[in-house]
Design a protein around this ligand. Structure first.
Ligand code: ADP
Length: 269
């Protein structure tokens, strides 16, 4: 076992032999305690990256390492223990008739001992503040609550990395806020690395680093502040900047100088 990190080394991928490359020579590393947001237009390759990271797909060229272990069909179960995934549609992620069964399912898949499971279910539901819903039916929960249960199911397996692939896209603003708050608390409490794939630029400002994808290639990489200040490079591929960056520009244009670019509403006010 190497250091805790996910590494993409010159990864190229296509879905079928006679189709074009969907990822081209993609390299990056995600280290301990990082929160990396991946942004880019539809079709730029973000979900494919998530699936490669979790061993749902394998690259034709290049290599992917999780904690120094190369992701191959042989290592895939070990990889999935370390890299958890939460998808867009909460309804597609439930298999159990109660919240508790559902959280247990992932652990059963990973062959965890029963004694350990009871404790883990309580712990992970409490991390997402859903402990009171253990016996509830998952499909009766709100969208935000469903995603919190999906996060709990992933946490129960105790991964080092969690990928949220558009996990807030189907939620209303309240549900979105709930999830982002949960994710940020969980990351702090559990000492996790997070990868969030999102179209919500406000969410991106919560990350510690941003990877911008374009046409299957890494277009830009840096802190949110750094990436959103390179406006021309973003405009070139038709990407926008968050509301707060625009507001800062507006204030500057009005002659109100700011000591530095604000990154979120709190910094702006
Ligand atoms: P994003 O998440 O940025 O929207 P994806 O990784 O889903 O991008 O898709 C990248 C490219 O791969 C797109 O051109 C998409 O049409 C194609 N693609 C995605 N999934 C499949 C699939 N199962 N079979 C064939 N092509 C696919």
């Amino acid at each position: 076992m190497g250091e805790r990190q996910v590494e993409f080394r010159h990864v190229s991928f296509k879905y079928q032999e006679d189709m074009p490359w969907v990822l081209k020579d993609v390299s990056f590393t995600i280290g301990p305690d990082e929160w990396v947001a991946i942004i880019g237009h539809n079709g730029s390759g973000k979900s494919t990256i998530a699936k490669l990271m979790n061993g749902l797909l394998f690259p034709q060229e290049g290599e992917i390492f999780v904690d120094g272990m190369k992701v191959t069909p042989e290592t895939v179960w070990e990889v999935r223990k370390q890299v958890g995934m939460v998808f867009q549609n909460p309804d597609n992620q439930f298999v159990g008739t109660t919240v508790r069964d559902d959280v247990a399912f992932g652990m059963e898949n990973h062959g965890m001992r029963r004694e350990l499971m009871v404790e883990r279910i309580k712990e992970s539901l409490s991390s997402v503040r859903m402990e009171a819903y253990e016996k509830h039916e998952p499909h009766r929960l709100s969208g935000g609550q469903k995603q919190r249960v999906a996060i709990a199911s992933v946490l129960a397996v105790s991964p080092e990395f969690i990928i949220l692939d558009e996990a807030t896209a189907m939620l209303d603003p309240k549900g979105r806020k709930e999830i982002m708050q949960t994710v940020s608390d969980v990351q702090r409490e559990r000492d996790l690395s997070l990868v969030t794939i999102t179209h919500d630029l406000q969410e991106v400002t919560m990350a510690s680093r941003v990877i911008v994808m374009n046409g299957g290639e890494v277009w830009m990489e840096g802190s949110p502040r750094d990436v959103f200040s390179r406006k021309e490079q973003l405009t070139e591929i038709g990407l926008d900047t968050p509301f707060v960056s625009k507001m800062a520009d507006h204030l500057k244009a009005e002659g109100l100088s700011l000591s530095r670019e604000p990154l979120n509403h709190q910094e702006l006010l």
